[in-house]
Design a protein around this ligand. Structure first.
Ligand SMILES: [Zn+2]
Ligand SMILES: [Zn+2]
Length: 373
């Protein structure tokens, strides 16, 4: 365990003290503001705006845009992601992306910078307490791995001057705005300090809570989980099992009733012409992943899988799936078939999926392993 091996001389003191003292400072601030009745409604509104702007700049910008390139966006919007993302105090886009790409590449291994295998609190916050290069996961930044970002002058500027830039954007900027109604310190402390601590623990929860609670409908291979509770805490990033299976998708939640404001924001940008090329995983791949998980669960009792009806259902699903892949290839190459044919095959696939997945779910229930994921 890495935690047990953290040595005194490996501790990154400035970051550690910052991460310990800011939540204490936030609690003390709220206490005194309540005690002396110092809250101003304009400052509260500013804090809510800053909470949304900085938190979503992380999920929509740092995460889905810079780390995964799941859509394209106008340059000025990219700058807004950097500016408001800076006020989340989560380091530069370059550093954040470097760690995050490693998290996906090496999930749950020693090379995962915030591996849940080291414990809930390690994945949440303790991983940041050590200096770079002291653990296998938290290596020195290899700029070649983020070469798409280092080409950008503004991103390099943010990386180089991160601390003064972040102090300004996190504390001074909301303070200056709140001066408009004579509440500089309210701006600094409520819309700055308290808000940034809330944003911190919201995004930190993606690495801890989203790898601990919920179900694994799309992949049993890693610890990432889907849960609406963590989605509420994380601007929609709580559908993390889907995200780890399909990291290039601009969505984390794919069902209409699931809470994913980051997806809604990107979708709105696309309708306004600000974002485009939103990457969506083809539905047949999602259904296939879901079936693979259900099959693994049902396979606990392989005899039952030999049932003729179930085998026929499996074959039907597989056939329609192959047909769609074929039709799509044909469509892309020669355009000799109509899009309606693909749509028709998709409908058949959903029918076949429903039938086969129901069989598998029933088997899992018989085997009593339904809730094991
Ligand atoms: Zn993760
Ligand atoms: Zn990710």
């Amino acid at each position: 365990m890495i935690m047990k091996n953290i040595k005194f001389n490996e501790i990154n003191w400035p970051t550690t003290l910052y991460l310990i003292l800011t939540p204490i400072g936030a609690i003390v601030t709220i206490y005194f503001f309540a005690l002396y009745d110092l809250f101003q409604w304009q400052t509260i509104l500013l804090a809510i705006f800053m909470w949304l702007a900085s938190g979503m700049a992380i999920t929509v910008g740092y995460h889905r845009y810079f780390s995964h390139r799941s859509y394209k966006v106008k340059k000025w919007m990219e700058y807004l992601y950097v500016i408001f993302g800076t006020s989340a105090m989560e380091m530069s886009v370059i550093e954040w992306t470097y760690d995050h790409r490693n998290h996906h590449r090496f999930t749950d291994t020693e090379k995962d910078p915030y591996s849940i295998k080291e414990g809930f609190w390690y994945a949440h916050i303790l991983w940041m307490f050590t200096k770079r290069g002291t653990t296998k996961g938290k290596t020195e930044i290899d700029f070649n791995k983020v070469s798409d970002l280092t080409k950008d002058k503004f991103l390099m500027f943010q990386h180089k001057y991160y601390i003064p830039f972040a102090v300004f954007m996190t504390f001074i900027f909301p303070g200056l705005i709140a001066m408009l109604w004579g509440d500089f310190w309210g701006g600094v402390l409520i819309a700055g300090l308290v808000r940034s601590v809330i944003v911190h623990h919201g995004t930190f929860a993606i690495n801890s809570v989203c790898h601990s609670i919920g179900k694994r409908p799309y992949s049993l291979d890693e610890s990432a989980r889907d849960s609406w509770i963590s989605a509420l805490l994380t601007y929609g990033e709580g559908y993390h099992n889907f995200h780890h299976k399909f990291p290039g998708d601009y969505r984390n939640a794919i069902l209409p009733w699931q809470y994913d404001p980051s997806k809604w924001f990107i979708w709105t940008l696309s309708k306004l012409g600000i974002a485009w090329d939103l990457h969506k995983t083809p539905e047949e791949r999602i259904l296939q992943a879901r079936i693979e998980v259900l099959e693994k669960q049902a396979l606990q009792n392989p005899n039952l899988l030999q049932d003729k009806k179930i085998l026929q259902s499996k074959e039907r699903f597989q056939n329609v799936l192959n047909k769609i892949v074929e039709l799509k290839e044909q469509y892309n190459k020669t355009k000799s078939i109509s899009i309606q044919m693909i749509e028709k095959a998709k409908k058949d696939l959903i029918e076949a999926y429903k039938e086969y997945s129901n069989f598998l779910k029933r088997l899992s229930r018989i085997n009593n392993i339904r809730f094991q994921n």
